[in-house]
Design a protein around this ligand. Structure first.
Ligand code: SF4
Length: 211
């Protein structure tokens, strides 16, 4: 059967859309830092508490790491994240007049900001065509046989060759939803998957029957 990868990507986007309520690039940047190695609900809790006390980059740039501990504790690694958030806020105030830069090159200069975070800020905060590849996008693209790669960076490069730019932004959020609900890291629900008829990995994760 001839595969149509763009159609498959569109299918994931339409079935698992992700809506972003926040559009302020600074808050998106901080939320993405908070979201590292934790679940969505923990990120939301921490972000809500943090922004209820510190509403902008100028206020956060004057805080001490300890001031943030209790607020962002739900997101885990709170000491490290507090330090990072303040460090970034200071750089934005000192070097960018309190604005978040809107290019990949400049965003990558900020401490702790990698390609995934930078691309999320570019798409969600600035509406640019950017493809954030996290663990879900990397895993699912390989399972589907869209790419055959070892790292998220390689996946980003390869996906950009086969997925049109207007789908890059929406694909990230949709694949995160799809990865959390269906194509899970362990025991994916292939039986319930909209792409089971075309996926080369379908049903390869079934546990062997006990004798
Ligand atoms: S068929 Fe299974 S492995 Fe393939 S995309 Fe769907 S859930 Fe993932």
């Amino acid at each position: 059967m001839k595969r149509d990868i763009v159609e498959e990507a569109n299918k994931i986007i339409s079935h698992f859309p992700r809506f972003h309520s926040e559009e302020d690039p600074f808050k998106i940047l901080i939320e993405t830092i908070l979201s590292q190695r934790t679940r969505d609900e923990n990120t939301e809790k921490a972000a809500k508490a943090l922004f209820s006390k510190y509403n902008n980059v100028f206020e956060l740039s004057k805080a001490q790491p300890e001031d943030l501990y209790e607020l962002i504790k739900p997101s885990g690694m709170y000491k490290q994240k507090s330090k990072r958030i303040i460090e970034i806020s200071k750089i934005l105030v000192d070097q960018y007049n309190g604005e978040v830069p809107d290019t990949l090159e400049e965003l990558l200069k900020l401490p702790g900001v990698g390609r995934k975070t930078a691309n999320i800020v570019l798409y969600v905060g600035f509406g640019k065509k950017a493809l954030a590849v996290d663990t879900h996008v990397h895993r699912i693209s390989n399972r589907l046989g869209w790419v055959n790669t070892k790292t998220p960076e390689e996946t980003e490069d390869e996906l950009k060759k086969i997925i049109p730019p207007e789908l890059w932004g929406p694909l990230n959020g949709a694949m995160v939803n799809f990865g959390q609900k269906i194509c899970k890291p362990i025991s994916p629900k292939c039986f319930d998957c909209i792409l089971k008829d075309v996926c080369p990995s379908a049903n390869q994760f079934l546990k062997p029957e006990k004798k």
